[in-house]
Design a protein around this ligand. Structure first.
Ligand code: NDP
Length: 255
């Protein structure tokens, strides 16, 4: 199955985002361009990403804080220039934050708003800003239907944002995180219904419980296994998956 030729990711300097970059670079047919965005490409937390960029000319680092609307429009302009007339096939909204202590007793307005801004508003603004480039990729593709090789928005979400899954298991409560990701899930459905007409696939993916700074070392999956799974799901996605939440093995999770 064809792979996306131009890809942009958020939160690429560590965790799942960094591993996505590594595995995309190491794939049999790596993208022509990978735009790995992060908050501070010059800082100590982006050292590994910079080392990769020094070795791979198709990897471009772009400064981008998803909670800053003007940073998003600025990054879209930089990417458009670099693409030089090409479209963007795949936007992966991966950046996210999590407050482990946010129970209903302790969560406050500030945490709710901060988490919502990063986990739900950021992905919405990203899609708005990169829509012209995604539409361009869709228009230029000869492929029928919807696919990640044509034009797609992948929102990295979580089963913790599923209302059904929360009724099955409410541990840990993490209110700000669950509410922000439920909003991201709703956003994904709204995007699928709206952007589908322009030929853009929109899917929410749950990476599993993954050993990263966020997932902690107690988690079930290594970042390698989770990302291998996520990347093997991307090529099988089609219009029938748009507006759904799937896990890293491609299994559907109820909203
Ligand atoms: P990490 O905490 O390891 O990494 C989070 C990444 O997001 C970092 O690169 C961080 O950058 C970035 N980030 C945070 N806020 C912003 C912002 N405002 N702008 C740009 N980048 C930002 O998390 P994971 O890699 O584990 O998580 C990645 C995604 O997967 C998240 O959306 C998360 O919700 C989801 N997920 C993770 C699970 C897990 O078990 N790990 C389970 C289910 C879902 P910086 O270094 O600058 O802070």
């Amino acid at each position: 199955m064809a792979a996306a030729r131009t890809v942009l990711l958020t939160g690429s300097n560590r965790g799942i985002g960094l591993e996505l970059v590594k595995q995309l670079l190491g794939s049999p047919r790596p993208p022509a361009w990978i735009f790995a965005t992060c908050r501070d490409p010059e800082g100590p937390r982006a050292q590994e990403l910079r080392d990769l960029a020094n070795k791979h000319p198709n990897l471009v680092l772009v400064k981008l804080d998803v909670s800053n609307p003007s940073a998003i429009t600025e990054a879209a302009k930089i990417v458009e220039v670099k693409l030089n007339g090409l479209g963007l096939n795949l936007l992966i909204n991966n950046a996210g934050i999590y407050t482990p202590t946010a129970s209903l007793d302790t969560v406050d307005a500030e945490d709710m708003v901060r988490t919502y801004k990063t986990n739900a508003v950021g992905p919405m603004l990203m899609a708005q800003a990169f829509l012209p480039l995604l539409k361009k990729a869709a228009q230029e593709s000869k492929a029928k239907g919807l696919s990640c090789s044509k034009a797609a928005i992948i929102n990295i979400s979580t089963a913790m944002g599923s209302i059904k899954r929360t009724t099955d298991s409410f541990s840990p409560p993490v209110i700000s995180y669950r509410c922000s990701k439920a909003a991201l899930n709703m956003l994904t459905m709204c995007q699928a219904l709206t952007y589908g007409e322009a030929g853009i696939l929109c899917v929410a993916l749950h990476p599993g419980w993954v050993k990263t700074d966020m997932g902690t070392q107690e988690a079930d999956l290594t970042v390698d296994t989770s990302v291998r799974g996520l990347l093997s799901v991307l090529p099988i996605l089609s219009e029938k998956h748009s507006g759904t939440l799937l896990n890293w093995e491609g299994k559907a999770i109820p909203w």
